[in-house]
Design a binder for this molecule. Structure first.
Ligand code: SF4
Length: 607
């Protein structure tokens, strides 16, 4: 099949049986790849009410039809599972070089099933596929172990690995790769850990079949040329995602002290140019990337190096914890990476705990003697370690802010910043209604990458509650995740503003199938509705209540910063949902209506 590796690899960890099956053509037609494959397999193969940490749950790792080909940033890999953090749908995207090797090994997906009786790692070298004993590497850090694997097998082998967080069942453990890239959100590393899979090591030498080689070459070259000629290339490459730190601070979107404000008085020390000057050593990119956003940094004070920090980490572990020193933020980033935990959820959990401490809900007895105040970087480092080891208060924070706040009570639920149990990523949404709606309705919980709508808020008036904003969020949710389906990076479109239509001839030349963006958006809508049906299947009483944001955004206006005194009224939150459900073709409770299900060809799933 043109554009595909051709096989799905199933690894039953309970029995040790490894099988390959051809990638179904109908699956490629209806769900295309990546996140589409993940959603399909999750719904079809993981039974209703399966325990996310039990043998029935699966970890589905999928490339897309662009992955591994000479298309800008075509190195995106999707990890889908039933989330141990939220109990619903989880899908996390990984950059780097892993997915290209997966395709060269002839694989479109790897599906990990069951639970291994002992620690193992999966070794794939073309057709040599084995589960190997990992007892002696269990407990190693992700960066340390990746280096060891590279030394042992060679640089051409790509490694996805979990750390202590995944081994110890931290609900938001990540899967790490390329020394600094993560499939970070929703606990995909937790599921890999409970399955006792320490790492996946992959290398392949096969070619990927392409329908029209010359057409592919031309279309690929046109995409690279557009990136090279883009006006914003130099600035993007210099600063990467940290380009937005100063903007967020200026517009009141930078999470500050557990999202109690959107501007950080110490924020300037975290801005991209300061970071570039103070710690960045070089740029680092994913497979086939003409615009590398990764920054490799050296922290002199700690005599250490890290890939990062990128904006989300700066927001969540910097300003959100009141930490103003970029070296401290980068060091915390390194700890999270080596231990294999998501910086966004970890930053949110520690921010919530700091607020509990400052409000007297926690005392030093609860924090194992730590002065857990905003701005205390040493305390944050120690809490990161404790979370990964599930020690003391770390065991509670390892559950995520929703469960932790439900256990602690005392009003702390009101400042646990999450939607559906997933901690909100680094945009404060006190007065940014499109971005707030994007978080409320995101398919995995409060994550930004499906619909980064905050610039639209600024464009049309941030407190506007109008159908146009809702339509924009829905369009972004249908369109942007398609990059995760195709297996390529979206940032060349987002940040370099390259014409998205340039992807159409490339996809056609590769797969031999003509698809316009309108066709692709319909697939995006199908996947969006499928994952909504999945939540409804798994959560008794799922509906409108689940889409509500943290009360912090409709009850507590910030006291400082440019959004001081501003808030989204609760009636506007409800109005946003009314408009959203109507435009989506969902009921007033947020369920896809029968005609919507039919239009999208999802009858078999709705049943
Ligand atoms: Fe990777 Fe960044 Fe390049 Fe995207 S822009 S492919 S995330 S390095």
């Amino acid at each position: 099949m043109n554009g595909y590796g051709g096989s799905i690899l199933r690894v039953n960890l309970t029995s040790g049986k490894i099988t390959k099956e051809p990638t179904p053509a109908a699956l490629a037609r209806d769900f295309i790849g990546g996140r589409g494959f993940g959603a399909y397999f999750l719904f079809k193969e993981v039974p209703k009410n399966a325990d996310p940490l039990g043998p029935e749950n699966k970890l589905i790792i999928s490339s897309g039809p662009l992955s591994g080909l000479m298309i800008p940033g075509a190195g995106k890999c999707d990890f889908t599972t039933k989330s141990p953090l939220t109990g619903g749908y989880a899908s996390a995207s990984l950059g780097g070089l892993f997915t290209a090797e997966l395709k060269y090994a002839g694989l479109d997906s790897i599906i990990l099933e069951g639970i291994s009786p002992k620690p193992v790692y999966l070794f794939v070298d073309d057709d040599k596929i084995e589960l190997r004993d990992a007892s002696d590497i269990w407990g190693k850090g992700t960066i340390t172990l990746e280096k060891e694997f590279k030394d042992k097998f060679g640089e051409e082998f790509q490694v996805a690995v979990i750390g202590l967080g995944g081994e110890n069942g931290v609900s938001y453990a990540s899967i790490n790769h390329d020394y600094g890239r993560q499939a970070g959100r929703g606990g995909v590393g937790t599921v890999m850990g409970v399955k006792k899979v320490k790492a996946i090591v992959v290398h392949g030498t096969r070619s990927i079949p392409v329908a029209d080689l010359e057409g592919y070459r031309k279309a690929g070259m046109a995409l690279f040329k557009a990136c090279k000629d883009a006006e914003g290339l130099k600035e993007w490459q210099t600063y990467g995602t940290t380009i937005v730190t100063s903007w967020c601070d200026e517009v009141g979107a930078l999470p500050t002290r557990n999202f109690s404000a959107g501007s950080f008085e110490g924020g300037k020390t975290l801005y991209g140019p300061v970071m570039r000057k103070e710690i960045v050593v070089t740029d680092k990119g994913c497979f086939g990337c003409p615009s590398p956003c990764g920054k490799y940094s050296r922290m002199k004070r700690y005599n250490s190096n890290v890939e990062g920090p990128e904006y989300e980490t700066i927001g969540m572990i910097g300003s959100n914890l009141g930490i103003a020193d970029i070296q401290d933020v980068a060091q915390a980033n390194l700890l999270c990476d080596e231990l294999g935990i998501d910086t966004i959820s970890a930053g949110s959990a520690i921010g919530w705990a700091m607020e509990c401490y400052e409000k007297g809900i926690f005392t030093k007895k609860d924090t194992d003697g730590l002065e857990l105040k905003f701005g205390n970087a040493e305390a944050a480092f120690k809490m990161i370690e404790k979370i990964a080891r599930r020690e003391g208060l770390g065991a509670l924070l390892a559950e995520g802010v929703k469960k932790a706040s439900q256990k602690v009570g005392k009003g702390s639920e009101k400042f646990a910043i999450h939607v559906k149990g997933m901690e909100q990523s680094a945009y404060a949404t006190h007065n940014a209604t499109a971005m707030l709606l994007a978080y409320m309705t995101c398919d995995v919980g409060a994550h930004h990458n499906r619909a980064w709508a905050i610039t639209y808020d600024l464009q049309v008036g941030r407190d506007q509650v109008v159908p146009e904003k809702v339509a924009r969020v829905i369009w972004l949710q249908n369109f942007r995740p398609m990059f995760d389906v195709l297996g390529a990076c979206r940032l060349q479109w987002v940040e370099l503003a390259i014409d998205r239509d340039l992807y159409v001839p490339a996809l056609e030349a590769i797969t031999g199938i003509h698809r316009t963006w309108e066709d692709l958006e319909k697939v995006g809508e199908r996947i969006w509705n499928l994952t909504r049906l999945y939540w409804a299947r798994e959560k008794e009483g799922f509906g409108r209540e689940w889409d509500l944001p943290s009360p912090r955004f409709y009850e507590e206006p910030p006291k400082t910063g440019v959004t001081a005194g501003q808030i989204t009224r609760f009636e506007d939150v409800q109005k946003l949902l009314d408009m959203y459900y109507e435009q989506r073709g969902w009921s007033a409770q947020g369920m896809p209506m029968p005609e919507t299900v039919k239009r999208l060809g999802l009858e078999a799933f709705a049943a």
